[in-house]
Design a protein around this ligand. Structure first.
Ligand SMILES: O=C(O)CCC(=O)C(=O)O
Length: 297
């Protein structure tokens, strides 16, 4: 069956559309082909699928362990392992992000089913984080490789759920380096003071949005999109009227590997407290709980 597939690249940076497939009847070799195509293109689109929530979940199991969304509730569907966003219920992901980076082992890939979409607008964009890293200057690459960043679930009203990841991660299958900070979940460069961190994070999260690194996809109902969360971010254009419903299956299970060791200890201000101490409170809390966990183990 895989020999009937047609693969069309959609942009210079990433993204390909695959036609001639029925994802409800995939064989082992089809899954291997999808994995290979995903490594090559980073995000794949399969238009015209007819897939039930159970078939969607079954398809997801081919790629690893699945996880329900840790913080958000679905508006309509309560199928286990399906995470649903509906625009009329506030479910429009219009800030650039990689999925659930506030967890120690963030999602490795996501499989989205477009259930209902507007005729005009509501496109989704993805950006290629390997290219974004490659095109930084050498001094900036070195600065990024020597640092880590604190991520949290504040957008889900859970700033207490936090993780630290390298600013530059290695892809476990290709060994390539990606810039791994996003404006939705990344709060602070751990080794820098807050003003330095704000400047660097502001720069990097803006840099990854350069249109040259991106692909923009216009949806039709039934399309399945699969993306590699280890080397991409995505963003929904909030430019439409009416309803838009997506269902996502999220594949878990990846310890983020750093491209290099951090060049410094976490930046924690010593001495007397002051009005600006509040900027360091969250990072202190995270470091204290991490140190306590190490003692408990
Ligand atoms: O609605 C979309 O197109 C993308 C959804 C999204 O951002 C996500 O599932 O993380």
């Amino acid at each position: 069956m895989a020999t009937d597939w047609q693969v069309k690249r959609l942009a210079g940076a990433l993204g390909a559309e695959v036609s001639g497939t029925d994802l409800t009847t995939t064989s082992g070799s089809d899954i291997q082909l999808i994995k290979a195509l995903l490594l090559e293109h980073k995000v794949l689109f399969f238009p015209g699928q007819t897939i039930s929530p159970s078939q969607h979940v079954e398809f997801g199991h081919n790629f690893g362990e699945l996880e329900d969304h840790p913080n958000l509730k679905n508006p309509f569907t309560d199928h286990p392992y399906i995470f649903e966003l509906a625009a009329t219920q506030g479910g429009v992901a219009d800030e650039w992000h990689t999925d659930i980076t506030f967890q120690d082992q963030p999602s490795i890939m996501s499989i989205l089913h477009m259930v209902k979409c507007p005729e005009v607008g509501g496109d989704t964009m993805w950006t290629n984080l390997e290219q974004a890293f490659d095109e930084l200057s050498t001094p900036m690459q070195q600065l990024c490789e020597g640092t880590t960043a604190l991520h949290d679930a504040a957008p889900h009203s859970r700033p207490d759920i936090m993780a630290i990841h390298p600013v530059v991660r290695l892809h476990p299958e290709t060994g390539r380096k990606s810039l791994y900070v996003n404006e939705h979940f990344t709060r602070r460069i751990v080794e820098m003071n807050v003003t330095e961190s704000d400047a660097v994070l502001g720069y990097l999260t803006g840099w990854v949005k350069n249109p040259r690194f991106t692909v923009r996809y216009h949806w039709t109902p039934g399309t399945i999109a699969i993306w590699d969360n280890r080397c991409t971010q995505h963003f929904v254009l909030n430019d439409f009227e009416g309803e838009r419903v997506i269902q996502r299956v999220t594949v878990m299970g990846d310890q983020v590997e750093a491209a290099a060791r951090p060049v410094a200890q976490p930046w924690v201000r010593e001495g007397r407290k002051s009005a600006t101490s509040r900027y360091d409170r969250q990072m202190r809390q995270y470091l204290r709980s991490r140190d306590q966990e190490a003692v408990d183990v």
